[in-house]
Design a protein around this ligand. Structure first.
Ligand code: 3PG
Length: 331
């Protein structure tokens, strides 16, 4: 990622009286939205269909989006006035970066604001899963008192493998150590300094296969790329310990969901906590399973995170439209 002052192609006029047009298609913090309305002409349309988005995007100079929409080459072909795509969060797997680059559209994200929220949420989900809290709650809501079915696992002394040791993965490792867990980390590349830092922190760098075989909990924190798509499939699930748990806070596409369903129903692994699905806002058979806890991609949904994101959106969009530098510019 670059942080630079590269001007946006076809600079928008910043003369008095010009009100730039913003299209907001995913939720952002209300304070940021209020400020945007004061400064720009704002159209808000939550998660439009591709047809509606193609229509709406024609007019927009700036698009503010999250994981709720797919910005593909087709959509971008209609975006004739678009100068900036602001990803109000981290993942950009739902944007055709190449098509945007070819059209001279600047893209930035806000990669750090969600770190604490997602890491804390990961642990919330993990405890819920291993202590069967969500299952107990579902039963209690139906007036079922089934204590004997609710035997859980203690985390202290167990091993967690953090797959992807970036901002969030490192934070998850720290929290895990607070629970007296042993931490393994899997990373694709490591700089020597990073390796030393991990050693100093008591995090053991291992290869993926070893992590699968040794861990009681596998926690996924990698972006979705062609290299990580289906990272967890039948072979990997079979390599995991019987009785191990999988936590996916990354992207649905990182896991082969059909293979996961099989592993969960055959008892190959004990359970899964899932915040992200391959296709979101749609039924998944995984949600039917008692050993699955599922949430609708809410890892970054805290007021603190969304407020921080809002501030960075305001600063970056104003700077970008004025021809200044854009922090965390991806293209
Ligand atoms: C991210 O990529 O920042 C997180 O997965 C959160 O995604 P969201 O902004 O779509 O909630």
């Amino acid at each position: 990622m670059r942080q630079d002052a590269q001007p946006i192609a076809g600079e928008l006029g910043s003369s008095a009286g010009v009100r730039h047009r913003l299209l907001v298609v995913d939720p952002i913090h209300e304070t940021a939205l209020r400020h945007f309305r004061e400064m720009y002409d704002v159209v808000v349309h939550m998660q439009p269909s591709p047809e509606a988005l193609r229509r709406l995007i024609c007019e927009a100079n700036v698009l503010i989006m999250r994981s709720g929409v797919t910005i593909d080459a087709d959509i971008l072909a209609a975006a004739t006035s678009l100068k900036i795509i602001a990803r109000a969060g981290s993942g950009v797997d739902n944007i055709d970066l190449e098509a945007a680059r070819n059209r001279g559209i600047a893209i930035f994200n806000v990669p750090d604001a969600g770190t604490v929220s997602v890491a804390e949420f990961t642990f919330g989900m993990l405890i819920c899963l291993v202590r069967k809290i969500a299952l107990a709650d579902r039963q209690m809501h139906r007036n079922l008192w089934k204590k004997t079915e609710l035997l859980g696992m203690e985390l202290s002394g167990k091993t967690i493998a953090v797959v992807g040791y970036g901002r969030i993965g490192a934070r998850v490792a720290t929290i895990a150590q607070g629970f007296a867990m042993h931490v393994l980390a899997v990373v694709e590349r490591t700089a020597p300094e990073r390796r030393i830092e991990m050693e100093r922190r008591g995090v053991a760098l291992v290869d993926f296969r070893e992590a699968l075989e040794r861990a009681d909990v596998i926690s996924l924190h990698v972006p979705l790329t062609e290299r990580t798509r289906n990272l967890i499939g039948t072979t990997e699930l079979q390599a995991m310990k019987r009785g191990a748990f999988l936590v996916n806070m990354a992207r649905g596409g990182v896991v082969d969901e059909a293979a996961l369903h099989r592993a969960l129903t055959s008892g190959e692994i004990a359970g899964a906590a899932i915040d992200v699905f391959r296709v979101e806002r749609q039924y998944s058979a995984l949600m039917e399973l008692d050993n699955v806890i599922a949430t609708p991609h809410i890892g970054a949904m805290t007021d603190a995170t969304q407020k921080k994101i809002g501030v960075q959106l305001l600063e970056n969009i104003a700077a970008g439209l004025a021809g200044g530098s854009i922090a965390n510019r991806i293209i």
